[in-house]
Design a protein around this ligand. Sequence first.
Ligand code: MLT
Length: 269
Amino acid sequence: MRVDIGGCGIEVEDRGKGMAVVLLHGFPLGAGTWTPIRPGVAQAARLITPDLRGFGRSDKPAGCYSMDALADDVAAIADALGLDRFVLGGHSMGGYVALAFAERHPHRLAGLILIDTRAEADTAEGLGRRRAVIERVRRDGGAGFLDEFVPNLLCAATRARAPRHVAELRAIAAEVPDHVLIGCQQGMMARHDRLSLLPALDVPALVLVGQDDTITPPEASRAMAAALPRATLVVIPEAGHSPMVERPMATADAIVTFLRGIPPEAVES
Ligand code: MLT
């Protein structure tokens, strides 16, 4: 379905029945990243996967893509679907958006799923890397950056075992125009530290990470799980930054097991 948010069309896939769980994709991807786990999760829950603004089949306005604005889009999507409280999850940049949502709309959160992400703001080194990406995309266009960046979304073992996954993710990333690549880097640069928010998030939480993630390494997930009052940490072996693609069955199992532990009355629509 398509949700209109102030003139910006957002494409949302809504599949399955039962407890509502919204999953937000990472950068520079789209809702297509969830394809490998969609059947497994949607047989146990109502799985809602938007293409965030700028990505996939959603509209792609100009400007900075702040995590707060993307989080407010999630609230508007939930309004359009009639969801009051729901489980929210995010992968990497989607996790930054989920944490922004948890800060801005805490009463709407019935549970949290954080996949290969981190709660800390960028370090000085990280900010420098993003500035270099912005300059490069402005100067040369995004294709060269994406050719280099996308393979890192998978661990070396996955790239060797299933090289098609690199091509699949590169095809999803090809839908992201240069101004969105830049706008998201600016938005991620501007996000503030949310580690101090975590102790206040008194909802069931699943923190899931690929053992060989080099972009948001398992230490970042351990720190989040330690700071959250009700977190379960799941480390997926033989996976890097994208376990939903690299180890879809183990990832879907972890999500479904987590959802089964949430009392149905915690979710309201
Ligand atoms: C992502 O996978 O969403 C991004 O790599 C996150 C980031 O750049 O911090």
